[in-house]
Design a protein around this ligand. Structure first.
Ligand code: GLN
Length: 192
């Protein structure tokens, strides 16, 4: 609170994965990011980021820390939620491979580790019309692939015709890692 006004706090779920990189991206944008791990901490946020990492591990820890319901409640309250890579897997309604405790907030079927061994990590320039003309450098690391999307899911960017950045209401999901480059435009989209 400054001058009696509430400044926006973006929570980053800090149970496992690259949450630190998200916090650094938010700091570069001049926004308060907060590492959150408990239901109370999640509930106190204006928006939440689910980082990349291991979706199976993060899913288990979400249950153990009891934050899964707090995240669902945040979503129901209309607060923006952004998942990158493992975070996108956790947000989806159907996960094709592995036993993941997913949240089911994004009407999507997603397949884990869907790019073969040869290309399990790659970088490419994305055209993202909602972010302007400048292409966005995107890093994919053992990335998942959206196999099906519900009618209300909007595709914001694709690679070779495959959706890699999607939005459904207050949920944003990327199969790549915008927190690993210095371009903060995807995070800025979450804030807008
Ligand atoms: N392969 C990981 C998973 O299935 C996701 C990889 C990532 O977040 N970079 O959870």
């Amino acid at each position: 609170m400054a001058n009696g006004r509430h400044s926006v706090v973006i929570g980053v779920l800090g149970l496992q994965g690259d949450f630190q990189e998200h916090l650094e991206t938010l700091a570069r944008l001049g926004v308060e990011g907060r590492n959150v791990r408990t239901p109370e901490q999640v509930s106190a946020c204006d928006a939440l980021i689910l980082p990349g990492g291991e979706s199976t591990t993060i899913g288990k820890l979400m249950l153990r820390f009891g934050v899964d319901q707090a995240i669902r409640d945040l979503h129901a309250a209309g607060k923006p939620i952004f998942g990158t890579c493992a975070g996108a897997i956790l947000l989806s309604t159907t996960v094709v491979e592995g036993n993941v405790h997913n949240l089911g907030l994004l009407d999507a079927t997603i397949c884990r580790n869907a790019y073969g061994r040869q290309t399990d990590s790659f970088e490419t320039d994305l055209d993202i019309p909602v972010l302007g003309d400048e292409p966005l450098r995107a890093v994919f690391i053992r990335a998942p692939r959206f196999e099906a999307l519900g009618d209300h899911v909007e595709v914001l960017a694709s690679v070779d015709g495959e959706p890699v950045l999607v939005r459904q209401g207050n949920v944003l999901a990327a199969t790549f890692h915008p927190e690993l480059t210095t371009d903060g435009r995807v995070h800025a989209l979450l804030l807008s």
